[in-house]
Design a binder for this molecule. Structure first.
Ligand code: KMH
Ligand code: ZN
Length: 269
C-alpha cells in the first residue's frame, strides 16, 4: 500500500529563536511546502502565524498562504483547526469556511505542554457537522485512547463518515507518551478500515515514524513535530525531513503516494 506523506512545516509552538529555519510567514511556508512536495509530500498540514509570528486563524493570512502554495504545487491542503492554545474555538472553526480538502478535528480538551487545549464537546460536534456540510474531510487527532473513543462516538452519532482518518499523536505533554507500546495499543483499537498516520513529537519522531510505516500506516514529517534531523543537528528545511520519510518508506518497500494517488486513498474524490 502506498504511503501518504504529510508535511507539517510550522506548527503552533516553535519560534524562529528555536530554529531560524522555521517558516512562519505565507511566502516562506509556501516555499517550504513546494520543496516538501518535490521531496514526496502529498498533503500539507498548515498552521498560520501573524506578523509577530504568533499562531493565528486569520482568514486573510490563511487564504494568502493557500494561494501561494497553489501557485507552486498541487499538494492537498489540510488546515489545522487546532491552530494554537490561545486562539478561541470560534476563530479556529471558521478556517473550514475556506473549504480546504481536509482539516483537523481535535475531539477532546486536554493539557497541552504548559497550557490548555480547549475542545468542548458541543464545539467539536458543531465543527464536525459543519465540516460534513462543507465536504471537508476531518483528520482526527487522537492523543490518547479516550480521544479515539470520542471519535467513535461522533461516528456513531452520524457526525463522522467512514473510513475515518486518524493521526495517532504521541509525545505531547498531556497526551500519551511516545512509546512503541502506546502506538501499538492505539493501532489495535482503530476501526478496521481506518486510514492513519503517526505523529511523534520530539526525539522519538524517527523511530516511531519508522514503526508506523512498518505497520502499514502513513506518516507525517516536518518542523511542527521535530526541529532536528538528528541529535544536535537542526533540520535546515522541511524537505530534509520529508526526504528522510521518503527513504524510510522506500527502504520498507512502500511506494510514496503522489497527490492524485493520495486523493483516491483518502476518499477525496
Ligand atoms: N494547536 C495545537 C495545540 C492540530 O493541528 O489540529 C495542537 C494542534 C493539533 O495543532
Ligand atoms: Zn498541527
Amino acid at each position: 500500500m502506498s504511503v501518504i506523506i504529510t508535511v507539517a512545516p510550522t506548527g503552533p509552538i516553535a519560534s524562529k529563536a528555536d530554529s531560524p529555519h522555521l517558516p512562519t510567514q505565507p511566502e516562506e511556508i509556501a516555499e517550504h511546502v513546494a520543496r516538501a512536495h518535490a521531496a514526496g509530500a502529498a498533503v500539507a498540514h498548515l498552521h498560520f502565524r501573524d506578523a509577530q509570528d504568533r499562531p493565528t486563524a486569520d482568514l486573510t493570512i490563511a487564504r494568502r498562504t493557500m494561494e501561494a502554495i497553489a501557485e507552486r504545487c498541487p499538494i492537498l491542503i489540510q488546515l489545522s483547526t487546532g491552530v494554537g492554545l490561545t486562539v478561541p474555538f470560534e476563530e479556529r472553526e471558521a478556517l473550514v469556511e475556506l473549504a480546504p480538502q481536509m482539516a483537523t478535528l481535535n475531539p477532546c480538551t486536554m493539557s497541552f505542554a504548559d497550557g490548555e487545549f480547549r475542545n468542548p464537546p458541543a464545539d467539536v460536534r458543531r465543527l464536525a457537522e459543519r465540516m460534513r456540510e462543507l465536504g471537508v474531510k476531518p483528520e482526527l487527532e487522537v492523543y490518547d485512547t479516550g480521544h479515539l473513543d470520542a471519535c467513535l462516538r461522533l461516528r456513531d452519532a452520524g457526525l463522522l463518515e467512514g473510513p475515518l482518518q486518524f493521526s495517532i499523536v504521541l509525545g505531547v505533554n498531556g497526551g500519551m507518551s511516545a512509546t512503541a507500546e502506546n502506538l501499538m495499543t492505539m493501532v489495535r483499537r482503530l476501526p478496521q478500515d481506518a486510514i492513519w498516520q503517526v505523529i511523534a513529537i520530539g526525539r522519538a519522531n524517527l523511530e516511531l515514524t519508522a514503526i508506523g510505516l512498518a505497520l502499514g500506516g502513513n506518516c507525517r514529517a516536518g518542523l511542527e513535530d521535530t526541529l532536528y534531523l538528528r541529535k544536535g543537528e537542526l533540520a535546515r528545511d522541511n524537505s530534509d525531513l520529508v526526504e528522510r520519510a521518503r527513504r524510510l518508506a522506500t527502504d520498507l518497500d512502500r511506494p510514496v503516494a503522489s497527490v492524485d494517488e493520495a486523493r483516491v486513498l483518502l476518499g477525496l474524490g
